[in-house]
Design a protein around this ligand. Structure first.
Ligand SMILES: [Ca+2]
Length: 647
């Protein structure tokens, strides 16, 4: 007998149970943080049979309509009574202020401090800092914890002392470094020791584990070291009706480059009523756009991809349909209505109608079922490997409950990989990957001299706080929403910025492939850094001047466990504003990345004894040996990736 659950990724060998002296009571002890866990017992019967059963003494997870799982909720003390902000009773076990990167962040003259507490337990929380009082704002809340935050000016000259003042009914108490006691000691930040990510006197660099690694990916194991590639068939010059057959010939080249997952923009028939025929205006979810090819063509393409070891994602548009989708006539009740009772358009997009998934307590279940059936059809009958879901987060109207309900049903067909066009934490783990939307503009600002390279740390720190363990972020410089295709109705975002020269793109793509996350290449990016569309001939990719760079970069991601699932540690240098350096480490495997994000030569001195060792210079193809605090001469926009040789 063993216990299996989300705490051990449903691994039936991870937590075996032992039988007590009574011969009937089985027992296992697991260290669990506060939170909600679903689980079962795996019984191994003498006849070799294996049965997974629910815990007869625990409630079932009611949020899961498909699977029967037992629920265990580990709560801090005091949660047995209902929370009230007016009862004078405070759940002190819930309170937490980590004197580290999670709860302290500094940005350009301002410091932000966070406190965790029980939701709805307190009337008001004030930060008392150096004689001033700052009301704290609720920034995030789930079933168990709420996070409050205050931001105050700080010049980094004087030491900072602070406590949290908690107002609960008539009771006012103080939470300090020694907890919630009448004589609380203040938390202290010593100015001379402070660096934005060094919060104590000890010179330990920023270390982040868990939230930014792919170690605990809930998705299929095949995905973990595979780069993703977005295909936009519209911009190739294929004859009408042949795109699927023609693009099939490109698959071996993508495979050769190191792509593992191929994401096709929507392939379904499009609506032209009130619009121009956007791929995201779907007329029939269960068919293939005849302008691109046939269902048989698509089936053959997926089979060819699988033979090559590639995986195929379909783009799915669950938020809205075209105005001539048959669902509008057959099921007007599946659409949002405007004030006049007419079917409403989705957001500002005149070519699409807004679907209505209902609200908690009265979900539009027939629509949920229909969307699931249409998605399941492609997984089951066409053997696709997952979806990229359009407008899947809080920017659209598809509720996260739908995704939680859908995921196990798709995974029951085969282990699918799910990418959400969203940057919301709550869509994990129903989705394996979300977009790192906010990093690319920061990278462009750094290369343009508008921001310090330290801004990358700030972004990583925000991600570490925001996203749950196991969430993978997709790293990119371009995608169809940004790329400036001249004849498109969108594509005016940052995209690939060539204003300061092409050379700066390489160090940024190195970051996209080596920071925790998964790199995306967009349609033809490997052929040119310029805003031109890729040619329809498959071999053209390999003749591009930048092909060797991308091929080597993707091979790095595929071959080095430290890169695709290692922990991240920041490495400081003598020019932290221009040079970004870090290590990724898994076990004995280490990869050291150093990029020069400036147009000047930099003599980088890495101030970290941990980098000492023997390495292979991945792109330079030579062996190097570093002592503690090595000095590395970097040309403008230079990038170096060193792979440890102690393996
Ligand atoms: Ca209370």
């Amino acid at each position: 007998m063993s216990v299996v659950g989300i705490f051990n990724q449903w691994n039936k060998t991870a937590n075996p149970m032992k039988v007590d002296a009574d011969g009937v009571t089985w027992r296992a002890t697991l260290p669990l943080a506060y939170g909600k866990y679903v689980y079962k017992f795996a019984q191994f019967l003498p006849n070799g049979e294996e049965k997974w059963v629910v815990d007869p003494r625990a409630p079932l997870d009611e949020t899961d309509k498909i699977n029967d799982n037992s629920v265990l909720i580990v709560l801090p003390a005091g949660y047995d009574i209902p929370a009230s902000p007016d009862d004078g009773k405070t759940a002190s076990d819930a309170l937490l202020h980590l004197h580290g990167v999670r709860d302290v962040s500094y940005d350009q003259g301002k410091i932000s401090l966070s406190l965790r507490a029980r939701p709805n337990d307190l009337r008001q929380i004030n930060l008392d800092a150096s004689g001033k009082r700052y009301p704290m704002q609720l920034v995030r809340s789930d079933d168990i914890f709420a996070i409050y935050k205050a931001t105050l000016p700080w010049n980094r000259q004087q030491d900072l002392s602070y406590r949290f003042e908690l107002v609960d009914g008539n009771r006012v108490s103080e939470y300090g470094a020694n907890g919630l006691t009448p004589d609380s000691q203040p938390f202290k930040i010593i100015a001379k020791n402070f660096q934005p990510y060094l919060l104590t006197g000890s010179p330990q660099p920023l270390k982040m584990k868990g939230p930014l690694t792919t170690q605990n990916v809930a998705g299929p194991s095949w995905a973990k070291n595979q780069p993703i590639y977005e295909v936009n068939l519209d911009v190739y010059k294929f004859p009408k009706g042949t795109a699927l057959r023609e693009f099939e010939k490109h698959l071996p080249t993508l495979k050769e480059m190191g792509v593992g997952i191929v994401w096709f923009m929507p392939l379904q028939p499009r609506g032209y009523k009130k619009g121009y025929g956007s791929p995201y205006s779907v007329r029939d979810y269960a068919d293939i756009n005849p302008d691109l090819g046939t269902k048989a063509d698509f089936k053959r393409l997926v089979e060819r991809a699988h033979k090559l070891g590639l995986r195929v994602l379909m783009d799915w548009v669950p938020n809205h349909t075209s105005w001539d989708n048959a669902m509008i006539e057959a099921h007007p009740e599946w659409y949002v209505k405007d004030a006049k009772g007419e079917i409403a358009q989705a957001q500002t997009w005149a070519d699409v109608a807004q679907l209505d998934y209902g609200q908690s307590g009265k979900w539009n279940q027939p629509l949920w079922n229909r969307m699931r059936d249409d998605m399941a059809f492609w997984v089951r009958d066409y053997d696709i490997d997952g979806f990229r879901a359009d407008v899947a987060g809080s920017n659209g109207k598809v509720p996260v409950e739908f995704w939680k309900w859908l995921r196990p049903q798709l995974s029951a067909i085969k282990p699918v990989f799910m990418l959400a066009e969203a940057d919301n934490a709550e869509v994990h783990p129903a989705f394996d990957m979300t977009y790192s939307w906010s990093l690319p503009p920061i990278l462009w600002d750094i290369t343009a001299g508008r921001k310090s390279a330290l801004a990358i740390d700030d972004e990583l720190r925000k991600e570490a706080v925001k996203f749950p363990d196991g969430a993978v972020l997709m790293r990119f410089l371009d995608n169809h929403d940004w790329h400036g295709h001249a004849d498109w109705g969108w594509g005016n975002g940052p995209a690939i910025d060539t204003k300061n020269g092409l050379s700066q793109v390489a160090p940024l793509m190195v970051l996209c492939a080596t920071l925790p996350g998964k790199p995306l290449l967009y349609n033809g990016q490997e052929m040119s850094y310029l805003k031109v569309d890729p040619p329809s001939e498959a071999g053209a990719r390999t003749r591009s001047a930048v092909w060797p760079f991308y091929r080597s970069l993707l091979e790095l991601y595929q071959s080095q466990p430290a890169v695709f699932e290692g922990s991240f540690s920041k490495i400081h240098s003598n020019h932290d504003d221009k040079i970004y350096a870090f290590t990724r480490q898994r076990g004995q495997d280490r990869v050291l990345v150093v990029v020069n994000l400036s147009d000047q030569i930099q003599n980088a001195i890495l101030k970290d004894a941990a980098v000492a060792g023997q390495y292979r210079d991945w792109f330079g193809k030579s062996d190097v040996k570093f002592a503690a605090s090595p000095s590395i001469n970097l040309a403008p926009w230079a990038y170096r990736v060193y792979v440890s040789r102690s393996q």
